[in-house]
Structures are given as C-alpha cells and as structure tokens.
Ligand binder design. Structure first.
Ligand code: HEC
Length: 497
C-alpha cells in the first residue's frame, strides 16, 4: 500500500509538472523552480504599474508572446522579433505607432536583458493550454426583419416604450428611428457612429463615438446631440472617444454622465450639468477606458456605477457629496478581462437591484482571440457600498447584453458574443431566469458576428433583435490559424420563448 502511494505520488509529480511548456517556437524554456520564481518576481515588479499582474495561466504561449511584445514597448523593450505571422506583425505595428506618437515608449529599457528573459520565460513556460469550446449553437427560427438599414456594422440598437426602435450604423454614421412595425419615423446622419440614445419627453439625446477604431492621434470628435421638435443641435462637442452616457433630470437640471474611453491618456468619466444651455463639467475620473455607467435608482444621494476596461479594469461606485463625488472601487479585474457592459436588475426578487457586469472584449491580446474562461457575466449584490459576487457564468468573447422582461419577475438575459470561439458557433447566449441566481442556458448560431441587442414584442411574443458587424474572426486551433466568415444578416430577429 505504501509503495503504491509513493508510486502514485511520483506519477503525479512527474506527469503534472508545474510548467506546461519547455519550448516555444524552437526557443528553449527553462522549467526549474528557481528561474521561474525569479521570473515571477520580475513580473510582479514590472507588470504591476498599470494593472493587476496577469497570471501566466491566463494566456496561451502565442498570446503571451504577442502581449509581451506589446507590453515590452511600455518598458522600453523591443521584443517584436518573435512575432512571425503577418497579422501579428501588423497589429504590433499599429500599437507601436500609437505608443510612439503618444510618447509612451521610454528611451531606456526599464529592466536589463536577463530580467526580461526571466520574465518572458515565466509567462511562456507557465502559459495555459488552449481551451476549446465544442459546437453548441443551435440555429433559431429567424423572422424577416422589417427595418431597412444598410450598413456594415450596427453600433446602436435600442427600443423605447414609445413604439420606437433606434438603429445606428458604424460605417455610414446613420441613426434611423423606426416604429416597431418597421415604418421609418425619422433619421439623421452624424459625423461618426451613433452609440447611445436617451429619451426626454419629446427630445432625444444622441452620443456619437468619434473615431470608430481609435486612431494614432486620438482626436476629440465625440459629440452629444439634442434632437427634438424645435430642431437639432450639438449640446457637447470635442469629447474624447465616448461610448455611452446616462441621463437623469432632477429639479429641472439635466445631468449627463459620459463614459469617455479616450485613448493615450485623454479618457475620463464626467458629469455634465445643464442649467439652461450652458454645460458645466465635473470630472469624476481622469483615467482612460470608462466604457459604460448606470445610475442606481433610489432616494438619497445620486449613485452611479462606472465600468472601466483597458488596463486597470474596475467596477467603480461614485456617490454624490456636497463637494462633488466620492469614489469607491467595488471590484478589480486582470487586464485581459475586457469589461464591456453593465446593467442593473433585481435578480433574486428581494426588491434591491443586483449589478450585472459583462466582460469578453478580446481586441487587444493579439489577432488570435483565444478563449478566456474568466470572461462572462458576473452578478453582484450591493450592500454597504461593497459588491458581493453572487454568480459567475463563463461566456468568453461577449460584447454586450440585453435584458428582456418576460412574465412577472422573470427575464431572459441575451448576450452577444462578438468573439465567440470559432468551433462553438455560439453567437448568442440566452440565459433564461429560473429563480434567484439560477439560469437555464441556450446557445444560438446565427452566422452573424453579434455586436448589440434589443428586443421587440410582436403579437405578444418577445423577439430578440441582433445587430452585427461581419468581419472574419481568426483563431489558432491545433497549432494552425483558422478563420470563420460570417454570412448572416446585419439584423437578425428570432423569438425567445
Ligand atoms: C505602462 C503601463 C503598463 C505596463 C508597465 C504593463 N502594461 Fe499591460 N497593459 C497596459 C495597457 C494600457 C493595457 C491595455 C491595452 C489595450 O487596451 O490595447 C494593458 C493590457 C495588458 C494585457 C491584456 C491584453 C488583452 O487585452 O487581452 C495583458 C495580458 C498585459 N497587459 C500584460 C502585461 C505584462 C505581462 C506586463 C509586464 C511585462 C505589462 N502588461 C506591463 C499597460 C501596461
């Protein structure tokens, strides 16, 4: 028995080494404990300045290799010689040009060659094995969409109670307002993609993104428009790249909380107050990559949640005080999380809303969009200004979600997977609320690359509407690059029962 146990332990030790890899692209990797520990210490020292220190097991070697070349730039290290694929080289080149022109590459390396080698070895030797997600998307029964909209990418989709569906496009910068039945109410063309819209009586407020993809010299082209019976006008111009706003009116004073993603240090989260026509800006945060916010309803001081992505990914609570706003970090995520969307819903029916946070953006980890299991939907309870994680549902590669109320107290959460794993063919995930934090999951294949979602009712049936942007998606599967092309429609509609 003893021998058996010793044998088992030895088998475990020899067959489950701490390292996953002893070489990468022909480059030998060291797997001895001491060298790995030194590498970990270098990472703790040099990779902690701008975000949480990533775990090596959060990346495959291919992604680690790309990310290290990219991040090396921030440390004055040129490690791009290890990037061989043209797509890697071209994405790296774009990043290099951006960082160079932003003056973000230090002239002297922050660490010596040996230290860099240890750090690089640590990430490559302990990198994860690629994850797989088997095919799971079933084709829904699509319904003919009655909305005429010709673009290549949908950037905005939102239904209002006033029999209105707003659809915005990212290439033609067009906003069209439809009746649910399909009749066009009005439209307007902007200078950049419309990304969010709010309604205020007979007025509409529309936010435009500025640059679609972010440019080398981040311009401040994002705008907030007011459109109403008395005409249309710009309320705000010259905003850094902005993706979303929340609107509230208190005592006749209009407040807009604008999430400015920005780029290269000009991002911010601001509250603009209008008394009459004159805007007054209160900057709540001066960091990049605020993506979306939500005002928590209720009496007492105004409370706003902001979701920040980019490097230091955080869920932040701002509370209005006499002096301005106080800030409380509720949660922090590693930099590959790709936080994208936030909303509130009373999930457990206790009369208090939970916070729903979605992550899955995969654009900055290189061209391969690998599967990251810790991306997905997190549901938090909020008590005493602290967030308590109640539920995590892994949905790697998600970009946005939409809550569809169904029967009393129940709802579906539909999730658009812009970065759905190629093999899975799971473009949309629908979480059907059963009770408390229990959901039943269904995956749908629509052959469109889903960006944003909304829903409409037709004859008492709730239909999901999916907007898309059909660029091909690349992935490394079994060592070679695979490509998925999308032939589905720009807008897809199907019933959710
Ligand atoms: C000077 C600031 C800075 C330092 C130092 C830094 N990073 Fe980053 N890191 C960033 C920024 C900014 C981003 C977001 C990049 C983007 O959005 O394109 C990021 C993103 C990342 C990501 C996520 C990529 C993705 O989107 O999947 C990883 C992983 C990462 N860094 C690893 C590292 C490692 C490893 C080191 C140390 C070698 C490091 N970083 C050092 C600024 C930094």
């Amino acid at each position: 028995m003893r021998f058996y146990l010793i044998g088992l332990m030895m088998a475990l030790l020899c067959c489950h080494p701490r390292t996953n890899y002893s070489q990468f692209q022909g480059e030998g990797l060291r797997t001895d404990e001491q060298f790995l520990t030194e590498g970990r210490d270098e990472a703790a020292k040099h990779c902690s300045g701008c975000h949480m220190v990533p775990e090596p097991a959060s990346m495959t070697p291919e992604t680690a290799n790309f990310v290290l070349s990219y991040m090396g730039l921030f440390l004055g290290i040129d490690a791009s010689g290890s990037l061989h694929h043209p797509m890697e080289r071209s994405q790296f080149q774009t990043r290099y040009t951006q960082l160079k022109s932003g003056g973000l590459i230090p002239p002297q390396p922050a660490l010596g060659r040996d230290s860099w080698q240890k750090l690089r070895n640590y990430y490559l030797a302990l990198a994860k094995k690629p994850s797989r997600e088997p095919e799971r998307g079933v084709a829904p029964e699509k319904i003919q969409v009655p909305y005429e909209f010709d673009d290549q990418a949908i950037t905005l989709l939102r239904r209002f109670e006033s029999d209105t569906l707003a659809i915005g496009g990212g290439v033609k910068n067009l906003l069209r307002m439809f009746r649910i039945s399909g009749e066009l109410k009005w439209e307007k063309k902007f200078t950049s993609p419309p990304v969010w819209i709010e309604n205020d009586g007979d007025k509409w407020y529309v936010l435009t993104l500025g640059d679609l993809l972010g440019s080398v010299n981040p311009k401040q082209l994002s705008e907030l428009w007011e459109i109403g019976p008395r005409g249309e006008r710009r309320l705000l111009t010259g905003l850094p790249r902005s993706s979303h706003f929340e609107f509230v009116k208190k005592g006749g004073v209009r407040k807009f909380f604008i999430s400015s993603f920005g780029g290269l240090g000009n991002g911010k989260f601001s509250c603009f107050t209008f008394e009459g026509d004159v805007p007054r800006e209160k900057i709540l945060s001066r960091r990049d990559s605020h993506v979306r916010s939500r005002i928590i309803s209720g009496d007492g001081p105004l409370r706003v949640l902001s979701l920040a992505a980019g490097a230091r990914e955080q869920l932040i609570l701002y509370t209005e005080t006499n002096e301005g706003f106080s800030e409380k970090i509720l949660a922090e995520y590693p930099p590959h999380t790709g936080s994208v969307w936030i909303d509130l819903a009373d999930v457990d029916g206790d009369g208090r809303e939970e916070i729903l946070v979605l992550s899955g953006d995969n654009a900055d980890s290189g061209p391969w969009n690998e599967i990251k299991e810790d991306q997905g939907l997190r549901i938090y309870g909020l008590s005493e200004n602290a967030a308590v994680l109640k539920k995590f549902i892994p949905i790697p590669g998600a970009l946005s979600f939409h809550i569809l109320p169904t029967i009393a107290g129940k709802f579906h959460i539909a999730i658009a997977r812009f970065y759905a794993p190629n093999e899975s063919l799971s473009d949309i995930v629908v979480l059907k609320h059963k009770k408390d934090f229990v959901f039943e999951r269904k995956d749908f294949r629509i052959d469109s690359r889903a960006t944003v979602l909304s829903s409409v009712s037709r004859n008492g049936v709730r239909n999901l509407i999916v907007g898309a942007g059909n660029t091909p998606k690349f992935e490394i599967v079994g060592g070679s690059v695979t490509r998925r092309d999308f032939s589905g429609d720009l807008l897809t509609e199907f019933a959710l029962h």
